[in-house]
Design a protein around this ligand. Structure first.
Ligand SMILES: *Cc1c(COP(=O)(O)O)cnc(C)c1O
Length: 298
């Protein structure tokens, strides 16, 4: 059984709110899952843990998974596999390239295979071509029942009095786990960071497998900033502002869009008086290395 020793335990960071929100007894905290490890950050350890342990149980020799060139899932899989004493291969979308994400993954012993964007769409064909005996294949982003089960563990760090839990949605695995683990009075709010992905809601429902629990979920699909990894200078300026005001670092792909949504919904009086809001900082700060230096102040 492999268990990651956290560099730092997850904690709740209280964020001061405007006068109006304070008068309405609304509180906001950010659950800092980004602090658990520099490379295996945020939700990625939670989603990976059961896959890794199943691979160990099966005596697999290699973990294989998919991701983009700056993928948090790729870097986490590479480093966690190494720690667990198992080999790894990452199938990377796009032309062969190098950057700090891929260098750290390769240094952790991950073999990298680059496939074109069009080939990357057909993961089953890639698997047929590259599969070797002893492989343990994990879906892109850790999507699947074991990923959901792992993400349920995030609930351990959320106080029972919390009324609203918000998280960024990529594959929806983390949100599915949070819904499964939620108390009956809790509202789960998903903020998709991709454009036009309302179909993910059905996939989440299929992973949760409890139709009545899905009524606890809300969905806001207007905070993607144009699509996956798309961003503008206003978002980057906000990231710097949140750092300046709260010492809250965010990543431009997931958590910045989440925090934008959280503050926007608070401003629009979405949350009823007395709400205790927790936003999940799901990690991924290493993804900011795709930005030019000096854009971010952290
Ligand atoms: C992967 C990732 C997500 C998305 O998680 P899903 O389970 O795929 O929805 C959110 N935030 C960060 C920082 C991530 O790295």
């Amino acid at each position: 059984m492999f268990e990651l020793t956290f560099d730092k335990m997850p904690y709740l960071q209280a964020i001061p709110l405007s006068h109006t929100a304070v008068n309405q007894n609304i509180t906001l905290s950010v659950l800092r899952l980004d602090v658990i490890h520099a490379e295996i950050s945020g939700n990625k350890w939670f989603k990976l843990q059961f896959y890794l342990n199943e691979a160990l149980k099966l005596n697999s020799s290699r973990i294989v998974t998919f991701g983009g060139a700056y993928s948090n899932h790729i870097i986490a899989t590479a480093v966690a596999s190494k720690m667990a004493g198992i080999g790894s291969m990452g199938i990377i979308r796009g032309d062969k390239q190098t950057n700090s994400t891929l260098t750290i993954a390769a240094n952790a012993g991950m073999q990298l295979a680059f496939v074109s964007r069009s080939q990357f769409q057909h993961k089953n064909i890639i698997q047929q071509q590259l599969q070797q005996p002893g492989d343990y294949w994990i879906n892109e982003g850790g999507l699947g029942p074991l990923g959901v089960e792992g993400a349920m563990g995030i609930q351990t760090y959320i106080p029972p009095l919390t009324t609203h839990i918000l998280c960024a949605v990529g594959t929806g695995t983390m949100l599915a786990g949070l819904i499964k683990g939620a108390l009956p009075h809790q509202n789960l709010i998903g903020i998709p960071v991709l454009k036009g992905v309302d179909n993910i809601r059905q996939e989440i429902a299929a992973l949760v497998k409890q139709p009545e629990k899905m009524q606890q979920m809300q969905w806001f699909n207007t905070y993607h900033f144009g699509g996956y990894a798309k961003h503008n200078t206003i978002l980057l300026e906000k990231m710097n502002l949140w750092w300046q005001l709260y010492q809250l670092p965010t990543d431009k792909v997931y958590t910045a869009k989440l925090m934008w949504a959280v503050f926007d919904l608070i401003e629009k009086n979405y949350f009823p008086a007395g709400s205790n809001i927790v936003a999940i900082h799901s990690g991924g700060l290493q993804g900011n290395t795709s930005l030019l230096p000096n854009i971010l102040k952290f």
